[in-house]
Design a protein around this ligand. Structure first.
Ligand code: C5P
Length: 230
């Protein structure tokens, strides 16, 4: 790495969050006096490492323009896409003129507002000299079952099983190529899986268990509790 290597953040925020059963996408639900998305962006800004935070927003999103943070000098908006990976690719293209292939990009879900600046630096410090990059992840404390039609087919060896969190940190050029090559592939549910399809082996860095993704209604109360504890 050279001193000129830069860090960029990409935040896919164009999902509709069906599992919340709410009147608006989950990133716009209220959490500790702000929207979930604002809390997430504030945490990324607090890390004080990113040139720009490129946020992918749906073209039909009426909530984003109402937020004060849209006018922050470090925040850039990109059009969201059909799937998460399309949204990430769109945000990467929005910084194409300023980012070098060798720069690092940290992709972080809009719906993970409890990310700590310390965990962002933990990820960066662990991967800075890595050839491929990697992700924050959590080992599983539960025994995990392989299930089909309601019946257990077998037990997975949990030593080998980790839960993928975000941020996921990769080189700009490598990530963009991998996502372009994987476009339309339903198996690509995170950035690491696009690199895996290229035969690469991203690293895992153990993250904090409070870095939850808001998915169900009860997650909001849990996120508020974690934010207060932090
Ligand atoms: O739905 P899920 O929780 O897996 O979405 C993860 C992240 O990807 C969320 O921040 C969501 O807003 C974003 N997303 C997106 N574009 C899509 C679908 C999801 O930016 N088409």
């Amino acid at each position: 790495m050279t001193n000129s290597t830069k860090f960029w953040a990409v935040v896919p925020a164009a999902g509709i969050g069906k599992r919340m059963n709410a009147d608006r996408p989950k990133q716009y639900l209220e959490l500790a006096g702000k929207t979930v998305l604002e809390q997430t962006l504030l945490r990324l800004l607090q890390a004080a490492v990113f040139e720009t935070i490129a946020v992918a927003i749906s073209k039909e999103d009426p909530y984003w323009p109402e937020l004060e943070i849209t006018r922050h000098e470090k925040i850039l908006i990109a059009d969201g896409g059909k799937e998460r990976s399309n949204s990430v690719l769109s945000a990467l293209k929005a910084i194409r003129d300023r980012a070098s292939d060798n720069d690092w990009v940290l992709v972080h879900d809009a719906a993970r507002p409890c990310i700590t600046p310390a965990d962002i630096h933990h990820l960066i410090n662990n991967l800075l000299n890595d050839d491929v990059g990697g992700i924050l992840a959590l080992s599983s404390h539960d025994t995990l079952k392989n299930v089909q039609d309601g019946s257990i087919l077998g037990t997975l060896n949990r030593i080998h099983i980790w839960r993928a969190l975000t941020p996921q940190m990769f080189r700009y050029g490598m990530l963009k190529n991998a996502l372009e090559a994987a476009e339309g592939n339903p198996a690509v549910t995170d950035e690491a899986s696009a690199l895996e399809l290229k035969g690469l082996q991203p690293k895992i860095v153990e993250g904090r268990p409070d870095n939850i993704k808001i998915t169900r209604p009860e997650d909001l109360a849990l996120a508020q509790f974690y934010m207060e504890q932090q």
